[in-house]
Design a protein around this ligand. Structure first.
Ligand code: KMH
Ligand code: ZN
Length: 271
C-alpha cells in the first residue's frame, strides 16, 4: 500500500475561538500550527484565512501572508480553500488561486450545510476548475454527497479537470452525507480506478473514518475545521495532537506516513 498522506485542516470557516481556544486565527498562529502539524507528520495543510477579528476572509493578502510564513518554515503542500464560508461570493472564494498554490479545494456541488446551504452551481464549479487548470493547480475535489462524484466526472469529461482525480470525501456534515464507514465505501466504489482519495470525517466521525481510510488505502484529513475534540467531552489541545494520533494508528497498522515530497509524488504534483 502506498504511504499515507495526512492533511491538517487547521481553522475552517465555522469554528470559533470560544468553542476551541487553540484555534489558530492570525497568519502567525496558522503558520505555527501548520509547522507543528508538519513536525507531527502532516504533508498538506488545508487553509482558511480569518481577519483580525476572527471572521472568515478570502482576502488575497491574508492568504499570501499565511503561505509565505509557512514556506519559511517547511515544505508543506499549501492547499487554500475556495469554499470559504457559505456566505462568501464566488469571486471572493477564488482569490487565493492568484497565489498559484500547488493545490486548492474545488467543491463539486451544492448541499445543505447545518442551517445553511453551501452553494456551488455548475457555473461556479467550471469557473474554479478553469482557473485551476490555467494556473496548473491540482484540485482536491470536495465531495459532500454521492452525486458530487458525478459532477466531478462531468468536469473531467469537459476537459476542465485532469485524470487521475484526487477526491476528499467530507462526511458527516449535518444536512449532507452521514459519516458511516458504509457511506465511505459506497463513495470509494464510485470513483474511477486510479483516483486518489482522502476522507474528512466531521466531529465524532473523524477518528473512525480516518482509521478506515488507513486500512482501505485512502488518505486522511484531520483538524479543527472538522473536529475540535480529542474524545467525547475532551477538547483536543492542538491540531498537531490530532495528526499525531493518526500517525500512531497508521504506524500500528503497518502503513508508513508520507513526507510532503512523497505526497507530491503520489498526487502527481510537480513543483
Ligand atoms: N466552509 C465550508 C462552507 C472548502 O474548504 O473547500 C466549505 C469548505 C470547503 O470548507
Ligand atoms: Zn475547508
Amino acid at each position: 500500500m502506498n504511504k499515507l498522506i495526512i492533511t491538517a485542516a487547521l481553522t475552517g470557516a465555522e469554528v470559533m475561538k470560544d468553542q476551541q481556544p487553540a484555534l489558530p486565527i492570525s497568519p502567525e498562529e496558522i503558520a505555527d500550527a501548520a509547522y507543528d502539524c508538519f513536525l507531527s507528520g502532516a504533508s498538506i495543510v488545508h487553509i482558511h484565512a480569518r481577519d483580525s477579528s476572527g471572521k472568515p476572509t478570502q482576502n488575497l493578502e491574508v492568504y499570501r501572508e499565511i503561505k509565505e510564513r509557512i514556506a519559511e518554515k517547511c515544505d508543506l503542500i499549501f492547499q487554500p480553500s475556495t469554499g470559504g464560508a457559505v456566505w462568501h461570493k464566488v469571486r471572493e472564494r477564488a482569490q487565493p488561486l492568484e497565489l498559484n498554490p500547488e493545490m486548492a479545494t474545488l467543491s463539486a456541488g451544492t448541499c445543505n450545510f447545518g442551517e445553511d446551504v453551501f452553494f456551488n452551481s455548475q457555473d461556479t464549479m467550471e469557473t474554479f476548475a478553469q482557473e485551476m487548470k490555467a494556473r496548473g493547480i491540482k484540485p482536491e475535489i470536495e465531495v459532500f454527497e454521492r452525486g458530487m462524484i458525478e459532477n466531478a466526472l462531468k468536469l473531467l469529461k469537459k476537459g476542465l479537470i485532469d485524470s487521475p482525480i484526487h477526491f476528499d470525501f467530507v462526511l458527516g456534515v449535518p444536512g449532507a452525507c452521514p459519516g458511516n464507514i458504509e457511506d465511505l465505501i459506497h463513495m470509494v466504489r464510485a470513483i474511477p480506478q486510479g483516483s486518489t482519495w482522502t476522507v474528512a470525517g466531521i466531529g465524532r466521525n473523524e477518528l473512525v473514518l480516518a482509521t478506515a481510510a488507513i486500512l482501505l488505502g485512502g488518505h486522511v484529513r484531520v483538524g479543527f475545521e472538522d473536529n475540535i475534540y480529542y474524545k467525547k467531552g475532551e477538547l483536543a489541545i492542538s491540531n498537531a495532537q490530532l495528526v499525531e494520533r493518526v500517525v500512531r494508528i497508521s504506524n500500528e497498522l503497518g502503513r508508513d506516513v508520507a513526507s510532503p515530497e512523497e505526497a507530491r509524488e503520489i498526487l502527481g504534483i510537480r513543483r
